[in-house]
Design a protein around this ligand. Structure first.
Ligand code: TRP
Length: 462
């Protein structure tokens, strides 16, 4: 069995794959709008503290559990912590299943806007087109939504099908450099825009008076989401690591890259928005739509080299989303492979197809099918998509994350975690004792505060 499991070919390949998992719609779509809603600076500062104090230690914990056990989440938690902990792994697999089913729908939107912007670049931008209307029409067109997400699902399955090295790692090695390059080009273009200074000031100068207490918890919730933590994705990727590959160094790089990419994405978007008179007010009406409603036409009117950068930008979103969806599918597929002895090819197709059934429900919940679009289990979250997102972001990731801090901080012995983290190859900035303090006390207290906020104060992180 052990020999059949894949391995990353190098630490570099692993770091790119894990960064690909972390960098996704969370960075490019969610982070800019939650930063916007929370008035920038102070929120960003709190978010950075959450990343360092909670995200980084949990990232190390997940990777160490995976590497130690060399198994996917269910088997890994059973082996590294104890038989009952398989339930936490199962919770993670379920979470991956649900998250993938709706994430694919938004990923599909990026394909739609990629093809639209390509068309505009080739044939000219139709100045009389209302972006809000275009968005409304595409999301409520059931056939289109199912088609787009089917394309995306097929792409996801066909990568995971080829396994860890030949599929996931190889794609990450190609896509991530492209992604970094596109983002860099966009940053250079944004730096030439009038609103660039204002954008930097908005993001990096904290005004604490403007931050609501709920914003603090939202920052913590987003730290989980953006780093792909709380559901065993990093346990899974860690399980393909060989012992000589350093966890601490890799975790540091992954977290740093993910954070920089979120900040750069926000900087670019706000630079565009601040450069257009009156845009600010328009955006606050539809922050979720920032990426798909406010931005598209601005490439053709405001952004230097926008006709080229427009399609590139939506391509960037699609690539970033794809390196995340493959990691989500890998969580589910590796469970079926490791725990049920199913072969990889069969497992990926089977899991991909089953998840897609639920993708259809999400895809039709933006107005295409009434019953799916309007029912409300969580107040103010109508429809299948919002319900699923609310449940995952507010309930599943925080509870899963809490369990993982407990596992690594309290249920695994000091010797066993130390053996994974405190090798000779660990960098000078790392101290095992500091990590242990954070994973035992700081991270669980912070995560418990999210759960309590969700349960008793109805705070919403989705
Ligand atoms: N981190 C991803 C993003 O920012 C979303 C995500 C959350 C994820 N958990 C995951 C991706 C697990 C892959 C695996 O878009």
């Amino acid at each position: 069995m052990e020999d059949q499991r894949g391995h990353w070919s190098s630490s570099f390949g692993f770091v790119l794959a894990a960064t690909g998992s972390a960098v996704g719609l969370g960075n490019l779509w969610k982070f800019p709008f939650v930063t916007w809603e929370n008035s920038g600076g102070a929120f960003v500062l709190i978010y950075l503290v959450c990343i360092a104090a909670v995200g980084l230690p949990i990232m190390m914990a997940e990777l160490l559990i995976g590497r130690k056990a060399q198994k996917s989440p269910v088997g890994a938690l059973k082996a590294a912590v104890g038989p009952a902990w398989g339930i936490v792994g199962g919770w993670g697999v379920l979470c991956g299943f649900i998250l993938l089913s709706y994430y694919t729908v938004i990923a599909g939107w990026s394909l739609f806007y990629f093809s639209k912007t390509l068309g505009w670049t080739a044939g000219g931008f139709p100045t009389d087109l209302q972006m809000g209307d275009l968005f409304g029409e595409q999301v409520s067109n059931g056939g289109l939504q199912v088609g787009l997400s089917l394309l995306f699902s097929i792409a996801t399955v066909s990568i995971v099908y080829f396994g860890v090295q030949k599929g996931i790692e190889r794609i990450a090695k190609i896509f991530l450099p492209i992604l970094f390059s596109i983002l860099l080009l966009m940053l250079i273009s944004a730096a030439r825009m009038e609103g660039f200074g204002e954008s930097l000031a908005f993001i990096f100068i904290p005004h604490f008076g403007e931050l609501e207490p709920a914003g603090i918890l939202e920052a913590l919730g987003h730290a989980f989401f953006t780093l792909s933590l709380g559901m065993g994705a990093m346990i899974t990727y860690g399980s393909y690591l060989e012992r000589r590959q350093s966890i601490v160094k890799s975790a540091g790089i992954i977290v740093l890259l993910d954070t920089i990419i979120g900040l750069v994405a926000a900087t670019i978007m706000f630079a565009v928005i601040f450069s257009v008179a009156g845009m600010e007010e328009q955006v606050s009406g539809s922050t979720v739509g920032m990426l798909f409603i406010s931005l598209p036409q601005l490439f053709y009117t405001e952004v230097p080299f926008g006709t080229i950068l427009g399609p590139l930008f939506y391509l960037l979103i699609a690539l970033a989303a794809l390196t995340s969806t493959i990691s989500l599918l890998e969580v589910v597929a590796s469970y079926v492979i490791d725990e049920h002895g199913v072969g990889r090819h069969k497992a990926t197709v089977l899991c991909g197809a089953t998840i897609f059934i639920f993708t259809i429900l999400s895809a039709l919940s933006f107005g295409a099918v009434d019953g799916l679009s309007t029912f409300e289990i969580f107040q103010g979250k109508p429809g299948w998509f919002s319900t699923a997102d609310h449940f995952v972001s507010n309930w599943m990731l925080p509870t899963g994350g809490f369990a993982i801090t407990m596992a690594a901080g309290w249920f695994m012995t000091r010797e066993s975690t130390m053996a994974e983290l405190a090798g000779e190859s660990e960098p000078a900035w790392f101290s095992y004792e500091v990590w242990r303090f954070f994973i035992r006390f700081v991270a669980p207290a912070a995560v418990a505060s999210i759960i309590i906020a969700v349960m008793f104060f109805g705070t919403d992180f989705s």
